[in-house]
Design a protein around this ligand. Structure first.
Ligand SMILES: [Zn+2]
Ligand SMILES: [Zn+2]
Length: 747
């Protein structure tokens, strides 16, 4: 047999999964684990090497060859143009093309645009998210002196944007901030105004979509000042999160070092209470004792529907009266109840995330990212909103008209005024389509279509349904049995939006009937259900923890820290131990009430019209007090805290070792084969634990390799599962001599 070059056809050597396997396999969260997130347990005293943490950018080091395209005559005059600053490059392009005939220039590989409007020269340039981060030079904990610095450690490419903005700001006469209109965007803009432009204030464009129409309107109706409520509230949030983050991490690390080990651990201001919620649920599940209960079903002579006794029976002795039901008579009646169901409310971010998860299994963090892409493409309005309103000002009629050609669903529109929910947002309306189109990638299209359909359905009729309730009362003991059905009479909005209600047709039953047979089923009470990535976000929102923009990320971080795992969110032993340790020694960290209190104060700052700085100061003072208290708690008990946490990581390490142990080594029959990871080649491989005596190894395909519970049908070796981003999961036998491998090669 001709040998194939091994490298090229690696994939064909493994057996593809069937659909059911695929579904299950995808439930394993695929994580790109960053080095700083990996929890490493090392020998006493030895510290993991830390890279230099900060590259401070000095103006002097800027490249001097940055040239701004400008007319020679004008450049001597100095201040001669208006500089519009956006948050992202795409937004700069949109704004420039909305305002006029723009020319594109590129400096330092960063685009900017120039145009003339009403004899005024305008340059549109962009940041790339945050150009400044909070830092402190202080050591130890607690520390409170912080300042904003241009820090490009996390995103070195941001330096080029910083440099170009600095250069362009020099000759600008007027500044207009056009970052996303929310607290983050305002902080990004304010920092550019004060640290790059060296100005006290700037004008502000307010918009919810990147459509030409709205951008032009926004430019003509400039706000005379940046939104100080958003700016100060945003800065306060950054200060709080940073002070909590750094001090709590240092406290944890210091405790662990005291216990003689070093590993990276951290917990944040909202992460603490969020993890606490998940851990509490986990403990409920662990302590849950299933209780038996019974349900009694009957079937009536000549009728199909199964009727259930109206209550569940919890005491076994109560079952006696159901033992001889057969042949007993009774009277059946059927009640029909018409019901009108309103269309669902317009999407705010949380409900979009929840629906995308429910319908397509897309995680909330991913949904936000996809929605952000759609916003930047000008296809939908700003997604970070809490609003469930569709204001008249967005001209919904015109949008619906534009959607007509692509979405036949518009034929079901009946309402003049859309349905709306109770929640509103000072900065933006609900998420709605702009009516513009573009070819989209698969996932983006799913989210886009969902948003369009939700929007259209808000203008549709109620769905009309009829509930049917059959009731049969047995004549001797007056035992009541029931069944219910649902018929959709008029689909209304359900013609448009993916349906949420299942039809269940049952025939009505009337008059005296005889029980043909009865059955008793024993069941068990079920433990509470774990949170899903979507339901935890809803829960955090209900409890006013975190913001709409940050909740999905907070949960992602808990995964990255190994505090939780799986798609139905399960607290790991480390997460549970962390919470119980904090609860014992410093419960303030996981105190939901305090976190909520701070959220309220920051919301108040955003809405406040005056005394913003005093409010900021007050909130920060309170945070300092809380952190000082936490620091005292820790310093008192560092040894104990460290010891408890080390035990927990040791447990996890042992667990991981067990999870990666495959079978007895077929060569030496002494050691066990285990899945190990080669950092240098970034590949997993299987090796014998009896190394160096036994040097048996097996190479494995690239990607995340996991043990499955299945054995190979041909050779009996444990099957492995390979999960790799963007590829179908593969289940395979790693035995090089197994016939499944040869078969796969021939196919
Ligand atoms: Zn061996
Ligand atoms: Zn095999």
């Amino acid at each position: 047999m001709r040998k194939r070059p091994q490298k090229r056809n690696q994939q064909e050597e493994y057996i593809p999964l069937d659909k059911d396997d695929l579904k299950r396999a995808l439930e394993v969260p695929v994580k790109e684990i960053k080095e700083e997130d990996i929890i490493t347990v090392e020998k006493p005293g030895k510290k993991t090497k830390r890279r230099k943490t900060k590259i401070e950018l000095k103006t002097k080091t800027l490249r001097e060859d940055v040239k701004i395209h400008e007319d020679k005559d004008e450049s001597k005059g100095g201040k001669e143009y208006t500089l519009i600053i956006t948050e992202k490059p795409q937004a700069a392009l949109k704004i420039a093309s909305a305002l006029g005939n723009a020319r594109k220039y590129t400096e330092l590989n960063v685009p900017y645009y120039e145009l003339t409007k009403e004899n005024k020269k305008i340059i549109v340039a962009c940041a790339v998210g945050h150009l400044f981060t909070l830092t402190s030079k202080e050591k130890g904990y607690p520390i409170f002196s912080i300042s904003w610095e241009a820090d490009f450690k996390r995103n070195p490419w941001a330096k080029r944007y910083y440099s170009l903005l600095k250069k362009l700001a020099k000759n600008a006469q007027e500044f207009i901030i056009a970052t996303d209109y929310d607290i983050e965007g305002e902080v990004i803009g304010w920092n550019i105004v004060r640290f790059i432009a060296k100005e006290k204030d700037a004008k502000r464009m307010k918009f919810s979509t990147l459509t030409s129409q709205e951008l032009e309107y926004s430019y003509k109706n400039l706000q005379s000042t940046i939104n100080w409520g958003q700016a100060i509230a945003g800065e306060t949030r950054h200060f709080l999160d940073w002070m909590y983050g750094i001090n709590l991490s240092r406290a944890l690390m210091s405790s662990i070092q005291k216990a003689g080990r070093f590993k990276i651990m951290s917990i944040g201001r909202v992460q603490g209470p969020a993890l606490n919620l998940i851990v509490k649920k986990e403990i409920l599940i662990r302590n849950f004792k299933p209780e038996p209960y019974w349900q009694i079903f009957i079937k009536l002579q000549g009728h199909k529907p199964e009727l259930k006794y109206e209550k569940d029976i919890t005491k076994k002795q109560d079952l006696d009266k159901f033992k001889n039901l057969q042949g007993k008579k009774g009277i059946a009646t059927t009640e029909k109840i018409p019901r009108s169901i309103l269309p669902p409310f317009p999407f705010d971010l949380t409900s979009l995330q929840r629906e995308a998860y429910r319908l397509y299994g897309i995680n909330p963090a991913r949904t936000l990212q996809l929605a952000q892409n759609l916003y930047l493409a000008g296809l939908i309005s700003y997604p970070r909103t809490s609003s469930q309103k569709i204001p008249f000002s967005i001209n919904p009629k015109a949008i619906l008209k534009r959607l007509e050609s692509r979405f036949k669903e518009t034929q079901f529109i009946k309402r003049n005024k859309p349905v709306e929910g109770g929640k509103s947002d000072p900065a933006h309306p609900s998420i709605y389509p702009t009516g513009d189109f573009e070819n989209l990638k698969e996932e983006e299209e799913k989210i886009y279509n969902l948003i369009v359909k939700r929007f259209i359905s808000c203008f549709c009729d109620n769905a009309e349904v009829e509930d049917k309730k059959i009731s049969f009362v047995e004549e001797k003991d007056k035992l009541r049995f029931v069944a219910s059905g649902l018929e959709i009479k008029n689909k209304g909005w359900m013609n448009v939006y993916p349906m949420q209600i299942k039809e269940l047709l049952i025939e009505p039953i009337e008059g005296e009937k005889v029980i043909e047979k009865s059955t008793i089923e024993q069941k068990e009470t079920q433990p509470p259900r774990r949170y899903t990535p979507a339901s935890i976000i809803t829960e955090l929102e209900k409890r006013n923890l975190g913001t709409k923009a940050t909740r999905a990320n907070i949960i992602e971080t808990l995964y990255n820290r190994n505090y939780v795992k799986s798609q139905s969110i399960e607290a790991t032993p480390l997460g549970i131990k962390l919470i119980s340790t904090l609860d014992n020694y410093s419960p303030v960290i996981i105190d939901e009430k305090l976190t909520r209190h701070f959220e309220k104060e920051m919301d108040a700052i955003q809405e406040a019209k005056k005394n913003l700085l005093q409010l900021e100061e007050k909130t920060i003072k309170e945070a300092k007090e809380a952190i000082t208290k936490i620091a005292q708690d820790f310093k008192k008990n560092e040894d104990k805290i460290g010891k408890e946490l080390i035990e927990a990581t040791q447990e996890i390490y042992e667990q991981e070792k067990a999870d990666n142990t495959l079978q007895l080594c077929p060569v030496c029959k002494k050691g066990n084969l285990r899945i190990l990871f080669n950092r240098k080649f970034r590949r997993s491989f299987a090796a014998c634990s009896n190394y160096p005596e036994c040097k048996t190894t097996f190479s494995l395909p690239p990607g995340l390799i996991k043990k499955t519970e299945k054995a190979c049908e041909k050779c009996g070796w444990p099957k492995l599962l390979r999960i790799q981003k963007g590829k179908r999961p593969w289940e395979f036998c790693f035995n090089p001599n197994c016939e499944t491998r040869n078969k796969a090669k021939q196919d």
